[in-house]
Design a binder for this molecule. Structure first.
Ligand SMILES: [Zn+2]
Length: 291
């Protein structure tokens, strides 16, 4: 009885090991190539990202026409937070707040700390949920890689003598306040919204990673940017000025995708996206531009 029992156990163990290996080996093969993302040099703390982003977001909400519709805002927030939950380097301090700007221009932007703005025109231009998710995933990449304050930090280094900066870093006062004193202001048209090509390439990489892990077609983001450029040249001037094309965008993404893991059954569209898109199209248009 006991021999029979132990034999059964050992057979079970063997089976267990075989099944663990079958699952673990492919995972390990991808884990070796796992892409890691690191935010660049930064003089700010993540808490200061939230503080600065919040101040700028409040200003933007006053200055730009906002689409105040609970269903649309609720949908974007749910989608955005789902994507953020798959982001690398996502810190608990980030707020993940989403707003829709009532303008037909196709754009989206992110402020430090997790304030993401998506234009009405972007929702209408997206052909499916994966494309809209791609834009939001790209913006999420700017937040978690802390691109706004990274660029502000690099400008500070370029402007201030190292002796002053080391004083700032060593002082107990607010880094943001001290940096403001050496001429770094943070208005709506601030450096937070102007990204370099290197930064765009990193936001693309992180965005693609997020799409893959959230179960969306990871090709959707780069493809959408390409469609936008060809189909809406007039409406995307601001988008491509805030997000300069890093060049070979589609090619770079195509090279990254196999490193993320095996192909899956991707989500491309949902009935919820289609109904929100119809709702956005039916809502009162943006106010005439003020000149
Ligand atoms: Zn960007």
């Amino acid at each position: 009885m006991s021999i029979y029992f132990s034999m059964r156990l050992s057979r079970r163990r063997k089976l267990l090991w075989v099944s663990i290996c079958l699952v673990a080996i492919p995972i390990a093969a991808f884990a070796i190539q796992e892409i890691s993302f690191k935010p660049g040099f930064n003089l700010y703390t993540p808490q200061q990202d939230v503080q600065l982003g919040g101040q700028n977001a409040a200003q933007i909400e006053k200055q730009m026409p906002m689409l105040r519709d609970a269903a649309v805002e609720g949908y974007i927030t749910k989608l955005g937070r789902k994507l953020a939950s798959y982001a690398p380097d996502n810190l608990p301090v980030y707020v993940w707040q989403y707003h829709v700007v009532n303008t037909n221009d196709i754009n989206a932007f992110a402020l430090p700390g997790g304030y993401i703005f998506v234009n009405r025109g972007t929702i209408v231009a997206a052909q499916d949920e994966a494309q809209l998710a791609g834009v939001i995933a790209h913006e999420t990449g700017h937040v978690v890689m802390r691109h706004g304050t990274h660029q502000a930090s690099e400008m500070a280094i370029a402007r201030a003598p190292l002796s002053i900066l080391s004083g700032i870093l060593g002082s107990s006062g607010s880094v943001a306040g001290n940096l403001a004193q050496i001429g770094l202001g943070f208005g709506v048209n601030s450096i937070f919204l102007h990204n370099s090509r290197g930064i765009e390439a990193q936001a693309d990489e992180v965005g693609t990673y997020i799409l893959y892990h959230a179960g969306y077609d990871p090709h959707a983001m780069a493809q959408f940017f390409q469609i936008l450029q060809q189909k809406y040249p007039q409406q995307t001037i601001q988008f491509f000025s805030d997000h300069p094309n890093p060049g070979n965008r589609v090619k770079a993404v195509d090279q990254e995708i196999p490193l993320l893991g095996p192909p899956r059954k991707w989500i491309t569209d949902t009935p919820e996206f289609e109904s929100i898109k119809r709702r956005v199209e039916s809502l009162p248009g943006p106010p005439p531009a003020r000149h």
